[in-house]
Design a protein around this ligand. Structure first.
Ligand SMILES: *[C@@H]1O[C@H](CO)[C@@H](O)[C@H](O)[C@H]1NC(C)=O
Ligand SMILES: *[C@@H]1O[C@H](CO)[C@@H](O)[C@H](O)[C@H]1NC(C)=O
Ligand SMILES: *[C@@H]1O[C@H](CO)[C@@H](O)[C@H](O)[C@H]1NC(C)=O
Ligand SMILES: *[C@@H]1O[C@H](CO)[C@@H](O)[C@H](O)[C@H]1NC(C)=O
Ligand SMILES: [Zn+2]
Length: 516
C-alpha cells in the first residue's frame, strides 16, 4: 500500500507528523499480520523470562508482601521515568533536590541496606557538622591557600606558616572581623565538598575535578586528624550511617598520623585502637550495629619503598588487631598514579610471609581503555583481590569479568562518584547496567559521600535502582544487593550469619510496613 500525500493534502491532513507515524506503524503492523510471520509469542515470553532471571535479583523468591512492595515500586518508577526531570539523567548536584522529593528515594532511605563496603574515612561525616561543630571549637587556626582553598590546624600557639598558604589566623578572630559570618561559614563548607550549582562549568575535565577533589581532602585533613575531633568524627560517622539503615562498615583509611593540641603525634596503633574503642562505645548504644573493619590505604603516587613500608606496617598491625584490620588498598586517581603491576614486587609480600591480609583494590576507575591503568582490573584479580573497587572498566574486559564472576569477586559500584568524577554523565549509561543484567556479583557503595554532598548509601541505591537498573530492577534486585553487601564483606562467616539475622528482621519489618 502506498500513501500519497501532496503538499496541499498535507495541510488538510488532520494528523500531526507524530500521529502520521502512529498511523503508518499500524498499517505496517497490519501488513505483517497478514503475512502470518509474527514470531511465536510463547517463545518471546520464554526468552524475556529467561533474560529477567539472569539479572541481579532475578532468582530471588519474593514473599506475597515483597510482591506487593514490588508492584508499588514499579508503579512509582514508571511515574518517575516520565516526569520532566529524570534524576539519573542529570548531574547528581542538580538531581539531588528532585531525588529528595522522590517517593522511591524515601522508601530506599528506610530500607535496611546491609553494609557499606567502599567508603573513605575523609568523607564519612557531612560538612555541616565539620564547619558548624568542629571549626567552632577553640584553638582552630585557618590559613588561605594561593589556589583559593583553606587549611586548618588546632594548636595552642600560632603554627609555623605552610608553603602556599597565608599566615595562620585563629578562626575565632577571623569570624570576629567578618560581618556576614553565615556566608563565611558557607564558603568554608564549599571548601570541604565538591558540591556546586554549576558542576559542568566548575569542572570541565577529569583533571580539574580530580584536582579539586584532592584539595578538598587536604582541607578536611587538618580538622579530622586532631585527636579529640577524630574520636567524635568516627562516632558521628557511624551515627550517620546507622541513621541511613546501614549495619556494618568497611572503611578505607590511611595510616595518617593523629595530632594533639600540644603537637604530640599519635601513631597508627593509637588510631586503630580508637576506631575499635569508639565502635565498641557505639555498639553499646546501638546493639543492632555489627561493627567496623579497616582497609588500610596508601596513595598510589608513592614510591615502591614507601608502599613497602606501609604494607609492612599493615601486616604488623593486622597481627595485633586481626578483628579490625582486614585489607590493603592503593588509592588516588588511577589515571595519574602508578598501576598495580608497578608495585608487583612489594605486593607479593603478604603471600610470601603467609599473612592473611586481603587485597581489596580500587581497579578500573578509568575510561582510558587499553592503557596500563586499564590493566589494573586484571592485575587486581591476579593478586587475588577480594573485591574490585569501582570496576568501571570491568565490562570492557570479558576475561577479567569472567574471572571476577567465577571467583565471586564482586564489583563495588559507586555511581555518584563515577558521575561527579566525570566517567559517565547520564547514569542510565553506566557500564554496571551490563553487569546487573548479567547477574554479576555487585555491591552498591558511595565512595566519598560527603564530598559529593550526600551521606550514607540511599542516594547511590536510588541511582542504581532507578537509573542503572531501569524498570528491570525490582525488589529482588534490592534484596540481593543488600544481602551481597553482607556476604561479600570480609566478616568471618559466623559474624556474617549474625549480621544476616539482624538484617532479615529489619527487612521483614520494612517490607511489611511498606506493602500495605
Ligand atoms: C560538637 O559535637 C559534640 C558531640 O560530638 C558535642 O559534645 C559538642 O558540644 C559540639 N560542639 C559544638 C561547638 O557544637
Ligand atoms: C574557601 O573559603 C575561602 C574563605 O572564605 C573562600 O574565599 C573561597 O572562595 C572558598 N573556596 C571554595 C572553593 O569555595
Ligand atoms: C582503648 O580502650 C582500651 C581498653 O579500655 C584502653 O586500654 C586503650 O588505652 C584505649 N585506646 C585508646 C587509643 O584510647
Ligand atoms: C592467589 O591465590 C592463588 C590460589 O590460592 C595462589 O596460588 C596465588 O599464589 C595467589 N597469588 C598471589 C599473587 O598472592
Ligand atoms: Zn574509593
Amino acid at each position: 500500500m502506498v500513501i500519497l500525500i501532496s503538499a496541499q493534502n498535507m495541510k488538510k491532513f488532520p494528523y500531526t507528523i507524530c500521529n502520521m507515524k502512529v498511523f503508518m506503524t499500524i498499517l505496517m503492523f497490519t501488513t505483517v499480520n497478514e503475512s502470518k510471520s509474527i514470531p511465536d509469542p510463547h517463545q518471546r515470553d520464554q526468552l524475556l523470562q529467561q533474560e529477567a532471571s539472569q539479572q541481579v535479583g532475578g532468582r530471588v523468591d519474593l514473599t506475597a508482601a515483597e510482591q506487593r512492595l514490588d508492584s508499588l515500586l514499579h508503579k512509582l518508577k514508571e511515574q518517575e521515568m516520565v516526569a520532566p526531570h529524570f534524576p539519573p539523567a542529570m548531574h547528581f548536584f542538580k538531581a539531588k533536590p528532585y531525588i529528595q522529593k522522590s517517593p522511591i528515594f524515601r522508601l530506599l532511605q528506610k530500607m535496611p541496606k546491609g553494609a557499606v563496603l567502599h567508603i573513605h574515612n575523609s568523607a564519612l561525616v557531612g560538612v555541616d557538622w565539620l564547619v558548624m561543630n568542629v571549626t567552632y571549637r577553640p584553638h582552630c587556626y585557618v590559613c588561605f591557600t594561593w589556589s583559593g582553598s583553606v587549611q586548618f590546624l588546632f594548636s595552642t600557639q600560632r603554627p609555623f606558616p605552610r608553603w602556599g598558604c597565608s599566615a595562620w589566623s585563629l578562626l575565632e578572630h577571623v569570624r570576629a572581623t567578618i560581618s556576614d559570618v553565615s556566608a563565611f561559614d558557607k564558603s568554608l563548607m564549599k571548601n570541604l565538598t565538591l558540591f556546586t550549582e554549576e558542576p559542568d562549568v566548575a569542572y570541565p575535565t577529569q583533571e580539574v575535578v580530580w584536582e579539586r577533589f584532592e584539595q578538598t581532602f587536604m582541607a578536611i585533613s587538618g580538622l579530622i586528624t586532631f585527636a579529640p575531633v577524630f574520636k567524635d568524627y568516627i562516632y558521628q560517622g557511624l551515627q550517620q550511617l546507622y541513621d541511613d539503615n546501614i549495619l556494618y562498615l568497611e572503611l578505607r583509611a590511611g595510616l595518617s598520623k593523629i595530632y594533639e593540641l600540644d603537637g604530640t603525634i599519635r601513631d597508627s596503633e593509637w588510631s586503630i585502637q580508637t576506631y575499635r574503642n569508639i565502635t565498641e562505645q557505639f555498639r553499646l548504644e546501638h546493639p543492632d550495629f555489627v561493627g567496623v573493619r579497616i582497609i588500610v590505604t596508601v596513595h598510589r603516587i608513592l614510591s615502591l619503598s614507601q608502599v613497602e613500608i606501609a604494607l609492612k606496617e599493615t601486616l604488623e598491625l593486622q597481627k595485633r588487631y586481626p578483628e579490625i584490620i582486614t585489607g590493603f588498598d592503593l588509592v588516588g586517581r588511577e589515571d595519574s598514579g602508578k598501576p598495580i603491576w608497578y608495585f608487583r614486587e612489594v605486593l607479593s609480600l603478604p603471600t610470601e610471609v603467609k599473612a592473611k591480609l586481603s587485597y581489596i583494590f580500587h581497579a578500573g576507575e578509568t575510561d582510558s581503555y587499553g592503557t596500563d591503568v586499564d590493566r589494573n582490573v586484571l592485575d587486581a584479580l591476579l593478586f587475588n583481590t577480594t573485591r574490585i573497587g569501582h570496576g568501571f572498566a570491568v565490562a570492557h574486559h570479558p576475561l577479567a569479568k569472567e574471572l571476577s564472576r567465577k571467583r565471586r569477586v564482586p564489583v563495588e559500584v559507586c555511581p555518584i562518584s563515577n558521575q561527579v568524577l566525570k566517567l559517565v554523565s547520564d547514569l542510565r549509561n553506566h557500564p554496571a547496567a551490563i553487569l546487573m543484567s548479567e547477574g554479576h556479583p555487585l555491591v552498591v557503595s558511595s565512595d566519598d559521600p560527603t564530598l559529593f554532598g550526600n551521606a550514607g548509601l540511599s542516594y547511590d541505591f536510588y541511582e542504581v535502582f532507578v537509573g542503572i537498573g531501569g524498570l528491570s530492577a525490582n525488589v529482588g534486585t534490592l534484596k540481593e544487593l543488600a544481602i551481597n553487601s553482607i556476604r561479600y564483606s570480609s566478616l568471618p562467616t559466623v559474624l556474617q550469619d549474625k549480621a544476616m539475622i539482624i538484617w532479615q528482621q529489619k527487612w521483614d519489618k520494612f517490607v511489611l510496613e511498606n506493602s500495605l
